[in-house]
Write a protein that binds this ligand. Structure first.
Ligand code: SF4
Ligand code: SF4
Length: 184
């Protein structure tokens, strides 16, 4: 994959990503261990190591508009494999927040799911599937899609009618960024 040139204002974007994620992305030396271990790299438009290189080159637009940051499943495989201790999964979190702040929507339905999930988590401290589904369906207007699958899950007792609330709800809410959910 060919790489773009260094952006004239490249240092600013790299510095912002490093500040917000707390991860020294600049330490990457392109060994590609992150990409070779990533279970969904084949579906990404910018494989993890290429995404990192784009950040180093200050290419804000392709990074924040990439599908990669929404396809990432936060499995942390890349973070554990990196010889430079670059926590790429954490970087992805920061990039998703930055993408939402700038209104860069590459995969709107994935973003809708992300916001619905975080809002449902902020309500009870754990996921109540019916609430999550309702929030997602309202956002995407896909009311009948997967209805049969939902019915099967309900009949098998995999979807609970009533939510359960954790005792430490305040602590859970403190770690959820308002812009990550419908609460922002
Ligand atoms: S594993 Fe770490 S050093 Fe290697 S390419 Fe990925 S981020 Fe860079
Ligand atoms: S955290 Fe994301 S980028 Fe890293 S290995 Fe998992 S899916 Fe791939």
């Amino acid at each position: 994959m060919s790489l773009p040139p260094l952006h004239p204002d490249g240092g600013a974007f790299l510095a912002e990503v490093e500040r917000r994620s707390g991860v020294r992305v600049s330490k990457c030396f392109q060994c590609e261990k992150c990409t070779s271990g990533c279970p969904v790299a084949c579906d990404m438009d910018l494989p993890p190591n290429v995404l990192v290189r784009h950040i180093q080159l200050g290419q804000q637009d392709p990074v924040l508009a990439s599908e990669t940051i929404w396809i990432c499943a936060s499995c942390i495989t890349c973070s554990t494999r990196c010889p430079n201790d670059i926590d790429l999964a954490h970087v992805m979190d920061a990039l998703r927040q930055m993408s939402m702040e700038r209104g860069t929507v590459s995969l709107p339905r994935v973003q809708a799911f992300h916001r619905s999930f975080m809002a449902a988590l902020a309500t009870h401290g754990r996921i109540h599937e019916i609430e999550l589904i309702a929030r997602y369906k309202l956002k995407t207007k896909t009311y009948l899609e997967d209805a049969e699958l939902g019915r099967e899950l309900f009949l098998r007792g995999r979807i609970k009618l009533l939510p359960e609330r954790v005792r430490s709800l305040r602590e859970v809410r403190e770690i959820i960024h308002p812009r990550d959910s419908d609460t922002g």
